[in-house]
Design a protein around this ligand. Sequence first.
Ligand code: IPE
Ligand code: IPE
Ligand code: MG
Ligand code: MG
Ligand code: MG
Length: 328
Amino acid sequence: MPIINYYLCANNRLSAPGCQQKEMGMQTKIENPKSSTDFDALLRRKAQSINYILERILASQQIDGELKDALKYSIGTPGKRIRSLLVLWCCELVAGRVNHDAELAAAAIEMVHTYSLIHDDLPAMDNDDVRRGVPTCHKAFDEATAILTGDALLTLAFEILAKGIEEPATALRLIGQLAHDAGPAGMIGGQMADLKAEKSEGTKELLEYIHVNKTAKMFRCAAAMGAICGGAAKKPFDRLCEYGLKIGLGFQITDDILDVSASSEQLGKTAGKDVRAAKCTYPAVVGMDKAMKLQMKLTDEAITLLKPFGKKADTLRQLAMALLQRTK
Ligand code: IPE
Ligand code: IPE
Ligand code: MG
Ligand code: MG
Ligand code: MG
């Protein structure tokens, strides 16, 4: 089963997830896109390289007992590693290659992301039993261990940046960016609003606030961290941030859509939970059709932002399309 079911029809029109028959128009074009199998293989290979980096970092830490087991369990269970890939590819775009700083930043953002999932699944939050195809951390261990495992990943992320990035000014920028986008004016703020909005009459404004903060800002952060590691000037930096924000918002809309249209087996997490918890989601507030059109528009806009980078940005273009088409 491919991680991401990416395909572009011959006339450059797409079928959207959950609505495979329905074709919608896209404004942007990708010249000579890699085939779905090739891009899927690239994503797998790159995700595997992130897994090695994470394994190495964890193995180098002096952590014992159940905490070490829970950390290995949570970080070792393969996720898609999309935020990490975004760091690497934004660095590559700007600097022509992936450097050591980008690898550390990729590991750091994945740690923060994994922590956010462990806490998101807790009974006090979304109360989920399955994550990445296995029992959630609090089910495999216990609630206290899950809380502390999340805390450990969050703090470790900042430690590896503080100690591992050679240039102090770069370290400081990366730490500031991650702290901001994962913090109260970013992911935490969005998560809080998401919980408060349950069972409420959701508005489009509230919905956008929740999704931009809980998810899109971590994507912006990944793009920003990659650009910082690559030494981007202000203009390309701003463009990549904007690209990250747009694909990030699209990513959460897809997550909402897949919660309705995909199976738990496919997702590796419980499907249909958003409706049961009366979550403020795009399908619930604006409907499936509008949600899919918005995904498409955001992808178009994200790809348009990459124009000044020319062919060098093809991987990021394909990533945007792949995320639009993902089925898990
Ligand atoms: C899940 O993120 C949480 C959301 C922001 C929708 P991912 O879908 O990237 O989860 P993993 O890392 O692949 O498990
Ligand atoms: C979670 O959004 C976003 C995070 C910041 C973790 P969801 O609650 O929709 O993510 P899933 O569906 O549980 O992965
Ligand atoms: Mg949630
Ligand atoms: Mg959840
Ligand atoms: Mg969800």
